[in-house]
Design a protein. Structure first.
Length: 603
């Protein structure tokens, strides 16, 4: 048995990562430390300074393990990877793992191409982005390819020239200059590539001035066809510039500007992506599990989890507040990028104004979210808050699991579990159980069996609701006591008309007000778990009926059985059918039809 106090004495005063585990060895929190000895011990000392979230976590810690690293930087990287792998219950978690498109110019090739990619490789190509607006990326590529006829194929150009390969359709329709023919030099081709790079680097004005000079020079030399080509390029570029969303800054650095707004147990982090001094896109991200966490902790968690997934790291992060581990994060980001990355918290000037603008966007998103989803909130998270207060829970029950038993005179007795996460149905977590150890229609023991089986896997819930009364509650409470698990346990009981009436525990009974969102929320859980159980029971019963009847008829295999059921819809219709009607079904013949007819006639 794991003795926490004894293991605390053995902790080394070295950097590393620690993993907190619950009763069933599930990882519920991952953290890093400069000194494992000092950091881990803090959790098990006086709890008066602990937040409610930490108190709840410590209450569920039954063991821990740790991994020693050579440095705090190694600890940070390992922490990020473990959080991504396990997504522990008590860590602040980034809900969305988004990747963004980049525009890649393959200057590592003799005749470069311009591509849309999702990954930044160390292949000596040039990358531009990330772009949060996929439409803008596609529009940009279209403008580039319409303006500059560079190749889009990936053939070996030297080999194509050597083998005198026929050019593709793109050359004939003037979408490509055809380097595969050998009729265009690398110098001529690369002039187009340089223009493209200048455009993607945010130097559209400079590029347009160069093109205007070339257009005027061609016109002066009476080369009007060439002048018209330059004119069309200028128009395309100017049109693209008008479509772009541009906010000039005083710097031409690549920067990400980060700010945050928070409400309840969620935070919205807004990021503006600035490339070469212009905003190329913005995106919002939602973090969950932020209750009782500081702004520094939330923003630090975001930076770790977001940039762990990103291929491209900008030269500078501009953040509205100080963040946890800022110095070690700078070291990590610099190592990942291969050059110095700076984290700044501006106090005044243009960068401070930019941060304020990003914060306003984050607040606006949360406000819109609140306005658009107020009713949904009241029905879900709002109801959870009310449920917490009504039942005297220590924390909002983010994960509720509800159980029900279904049987007909003891036949095909089954159990079901439905899950509500943050007040919403979480159908991927639903489970069904065939009763294995209970004989006959014993709902109490059957309920105890399925809950005991449930306790042996996955994250445990914050609240268990049983479809039933005090008898079911008492049976399941014995299971929880057996394993030393402390989970709030209540039954959902019904009135004489079989409608949800209230909640009951071993000590208390609470009748719910039918006019409240809380009543509707609890009733929806009871209805969901009941319907889920009934649907499973019905499917098993139908399978059993089908098997017990049709599979016992000589000459009726799986294909004929399916054909009969598809044609007649149910067993009763098959029983009433004549030999001629049975024989008319696809795959049947007179002999098999008579076999079915005689089987039911004898029955």
């Amino acid at each position: 048995m794991f003795d926490i106090q004894e293991q605390l004495k053995k902790l080394p005063a070295e950097p590393g990562v620690y993993l907190m585990k619950d009763q069933f060895d599930n990882i519920i929190y991952v953290g890093k430390a400069i000194s494992l000895k000092n950091r881990v011990r803090q959790y098990f000392q006086s709890s008066k300074n602990h937040s409610s979230k930490v108190k709840s976590m410590v209450k569920n810690i039954k063991s821990f393990e740790y991994i020693i690293t050579d440095s705090e930087l190694e600890a940070l990287i390992l922490e990020c990877n473990l959080i991504k792998q396990y997504r522990p219950k008590y860590n602040v978690l980034l809900r969305d793992d988004k990747t963004y498109p980049y525009i890649k110019v393959t200057i590592n090739e003799d005749y470069p191409r311009v591509l849309k990619v999702r990954r930044v490789l160390k292949d000596k190509a040039k990358y531009f982005g990330p772009y949060t607006n996929l439409t803008a990326v596609n529009d940009t590529l279209e403008i580039i390819r319409n303006t500059y006829p560079i190749r889009t194929c990936n053939i070996d150009i030297d080999k194509a020239i050597k083998n005198n390969m026929r050019p593709c359709l793109n050359m004939h329709i003037k979408k490509c200059v055809g380097p595969c023919t050998g009729n265009v030099s690398k110098e001529e081709y690369n002039e187009m590539v340089e223009d493209i790079i200048m455009f993607l680097s945010g130097k559209e004005e400079t590029l347009i001035e160069i093109l205007k000079e070339k257009m005027n020079k061609s016109a002066m030399e009476f080369n009007f066809e060439e002048a018209a080509i330059y004119r069309d390029k200028i128009r395309s570029l100017e049109e693209m510039m008008q479509k772009q969303k541009i906010d000039a800054t005083t710097s031409d650095l690549n920067q990400d500007v980060i700010a945050m707004a928070r409400a309840h147990d969620e935070a919205c982090v807004q990021v503006f992506f600035i490339r070469n001094g212009k905003i190329v896109g913005r995106e919002h991200f939602i973090l969950v599990g932020v209750m009782d966490s500081s702004r520094a902790s939330i923003l630090g968690s975001f930076v770790k989890q977001f940039y762990m997934e990103q291929e491209y790291i900008p030269r500078e992060l501009i953040i509205e507040d100080e963040i946890e581990d800022s110095f070690i994060l700078e070291e990590w980001l610099s190592a990942k990028k291969g050059q110095k990355v700076t984290i700044r918290v501006p106090q005044k000037g243009e960068k401070k104004n930019l941060v304020d603008m990003v914060r306003k966007n984050a607040i606006e998103y949360l406000e819109k979210f609140s306005d658009m989803n107020k009713l949904k909130y009241e029905k879900s998270l709002g109801a959870l808050d009310q449920l917490k207060d009504l039942l005297g829970l220590e924390e909002i029950p983010k994960r509720i699991e509800s159980f029900d038993i279904s049987n007909i005179q003891g036949v095909d007795s089954i159990g079901s579990m439905v899950v509500f996460t943050n007040g919403k149905k979480d159908k991927k977590e639903y489970r069904r159980y065939k009763i294995k150890t209970v004989i006959g229609p014993n709902d109490y023991d059957s309920m105890a069996e399925i809950v005991e089986r449930r306790l042996k896997y996955g994250d445990l819930p914050n609240l268990i609701l049983l479809d039933g009364g005090k008898g079911q509650v008492s049976s399941v409470q014995r299971v929880l006591d057996k394993y030393g698990v402390e989970i709030p346990l209540w039954g959902m009981y019904k009135d004489d008309k079989h409608r949800t009436k209230g909640l009951i525990s071993q000590e208390k009974e609470i009748e719910l007000d039918k006019t409240t969102n809380l009543y509707r929320f609890v009733a929806s859980i009871q209805e969901e778990v009941h319907n889920f159980a009934i649907s499973y029971h019905r499917s098993l019963r139908n399978k059993s009926l089908t098997k017990s009847v049709l599979d016992d008829i000589q000459g009726i295999g799986e294909k004929r059985k399916k054909a009969l059921l598809a044609h007649f819809k149910d067993i009763d219709a098959i029983k009433k059918a004549s030999v001629e009607e049975l024989a008319s079904v696809e795959g049947m013949n007179t002999a098999s039809a008579e076999s079915v007819y005689n089987f039911f006639k004898k029955g």
